[in-house]
Design a protein around this ligand. Structure first.
Ligand code: F6P
Length: 550
């Protein structure tokens, strides 16, 4: 079926069958599912690469999963997947191919866009990045005054920030600890101020990351960083060449900014910003962990790409995770999805996934240009699990909302920890396992009474359970495992966008705010009359000017 002219999703027989099935299941209980099938715990699991996926604690039966796969087949998920891998222009509103998978393709792969194999260029840039990273790491590349570079400040926003910032945290224990990395994204001057205030400019490299090189936040911060550098070094603009590199698709704008394009690392319009940290956008990360570790991470991505491309529907993990999200979002009215890592190193993981998922699938217009009549992307949220337990887990356990959640944990603590700190790992993971158990099976009133709880408190201490979770468990947190996890979520998001018949690869929804900010700014700075400014904003701007004494 053509994805753009197909029958409306909610009128297909497969959708109707799922709606009927949902009604038939009624108040299906996880306790009953486990009681009826002792093999469920071990049976409802899949493996991909180093990841063990347990989906037994979901409100699904074999029939549910079969019906969901039939929906995926009817909506042409695998057909669109193949078109993506082939380099077809499936980003229809921007007329672009969607080829983040080419960023981790092996050297001998051939992937053509407009008749040209893009893989050699990918590897040429990776090789240049590797050579540059080694120069920084070895001290061969020095700053304008001849000092070794010790500080890397990545300036970018959205996909040009979240990916490298997240991955740097995840892989901290693999980084060169003599290097200081900082990430500046916010146009609030405080961000850059805090990032550079204790740095020696002579030892600092700015990595300006922007696909378009027109993003106002990034160009403003980059300009301020250049001013800071030249003031600190009391140097002429030629000093910029030793302290600024650019990661971009736009050589002209890079050159206009004053960065020598010899110091630019390129990527291409078929790499979406939120899918870009394994491209040149990962340069800061590569400097921190070294080219070999970076390539191990790409191998992890590729492993899951190959799985998604070739595994049958029954054992295809991104397909499964995507379908489970459809099940809850479209047939249980779930509005959000929590991602709860049990690793301190994954502290920025969910923030990264927010852009990946919400910028991709936060759409109400379908590929056919018509408003959709079904729910699309969920609100994605979460922080490392144990901290969340003492903050918002109350609502997941006993609130009134259904919140499906992914729990991500690792069998081994990070090697670098002392023996004493490693010993804490079992406690961390005991929490990990206990939470999904409590969420799934809860505690009945009778179980509460059996503990001698007074009758008036029984209801308060009862846990209804039946909260669905996926457990993702790996042996340890390596660069490859990080690549595997990110590719898993990328393809999950792809599956859902394909089923909902939306273009997961554009982001028109962020444009209006950008345009209005440009229009409103003169009202703030000069008190200019901005035509068409609404009464609320006019009054707020007046108050702002009054508070600033203007
Ligand atoms: O927020 C919109 C967006 O275009 C994101 O998709 C992108 O990751 C971010 O801005 C940064 O864009 P650029 O890399 O072009 O500066």
């Amino acid at each position: 079926m053509n994805a753009d002219s197909r029958t409306r999703l909610n009128q297909t027989p497969e959708w109707t069958a799922l709606a009927r099935h949902r009604e038939e299941l009624g108040d299906l209980q996880l306790r009953e599912l486990f009681a009826a099938d002792p093999g469920r715990g071990a049976g409802y699991t899949l493996e991909v690469g180093d990841l063990h996926i347990d989906y037994s604690k979901h409100l699904v039966t074999d029939d549910t999963l079969r019906l969901l796969r039939e929906l995926a087949a009817a909506t042409g998920v695998f057909g669109l997947r193949d078109a993506m891998f082939r380099g077809e222009k499936i980003n229809i509103t921007e007329g672009r191919a969607v080829l983040h998978t080419a960023l981790r393709a092996s050297r001998d792969t051939v992937i053509e866009v407009d008749g040209e194999n893009v893989v050699p260029a990918v590897h040429a840039v990776l090789d240049r990045m590797a050579a540059f990273s080694e120069k920084i790491r070895s001290g061969e590349w020095t700053g304008h005054t001849g000092k070794r570079i010790k500080n890397i400040v990545n300036i970018g926003i959205g996909g040009s920030d979240l990916g490298p910032a997240m991955a740097y945290e995840v892989l901290r224990s693999y980084t060169d600890r003599d290097l200081t990395l900082r990430f500046v994204s916010n146009v609030d001057g405080a961000d850059l101020h805090e990032a550079v205030r204790d740095l020696d400019a002579a030892e600092t490299l700015f990595v300006i990351a922007s696909k378009t090189f027109t993003t106002i936040e990034t160009i403003t911060n980059a300009t301020s960083a250049r001013d800071w550098l030249l003031t600190e070094l009391k140097a002429d603009p030629e000093a910029v060449a030793r302290h600024f590199v650019a990661l971009s698709t736009n050589a002209e704008k890079v050159s206009d900014f004053g960065i020598d394009t010899a110091n630019m690392f390129e990527f291409w319009d078929w790499v979406g910003g939120r899918y870009s940290y394994d491209s040149a956008i990962g340069l800061s990360l590569m400097i921190a962990i070294g080219p070999d570790r970076f390539r191990e991470m790409l191998d992890g991505f590729r492993l899951v790409d190959e799985h998604f491309r070739t595994a049958p529907a029954e054992s295809n993990v991104p397909l499964l995770l995507g379908l489970l999200g459809v099940w809850y979002g479209n047939f249980h009215d779930a509005q959000s999805h929590a991602v709860l890592p049990y690793s301190h190193y994954l502290s920025k993981f969910t923030a990264y996934l927010q852009q990946l998922d919400m910028e991709s699938n936060g759409k109400y217009v379908g590929r056919d240009g018509q408003p959709v009549e079904w729910q699309t992307g969920p609100v994605v949220w979460g922080t490392p699990g144990t901290n969340g337990q003492h903050a918002y887990y109350q609502l997941i356990h006993q609130g009134t909302k259904l919140i499906p959640a992914d729990f991500i944990g690792f069998a081994e603590p990070v090697a670098e920890l002392s023996d004493g700190l490693k010993a804490q790992h079992d406690l961390l993971m005991a929490n990990f396992f206990a939470q999904t158990q409590a969420l799934a099976f809860g505690k009945t009133p009778d179980e509460v009474r059996a503990e001698g709880v007074p009758e008036e408190l029984v209801a308060h201490k009862t846990f209804q359970g039946n909260h669905p979770t996926t457990t993702i468990l790996a042996k340890d947190l390596t660069p490859s495992v990080l690549g595997q996890l990110i590719a898993l979520y990328e393809h999950k998001v792809f599956v859902q966008g394909a089923i909902w018949n939306i273009d997961s690869f554009d982001q028109w929804g962020v444009e209006l705010g950008k345009v209005l900010a440009k229009r409103v700014e003169p009202a703030l700075t000069e008190g200019a009359q901005v035509p068409g400014l609404d009464a609320s904003t006019t009054s707020l701007v007046a108050k702002y000017r009054e508070l600033r004494g203007r």
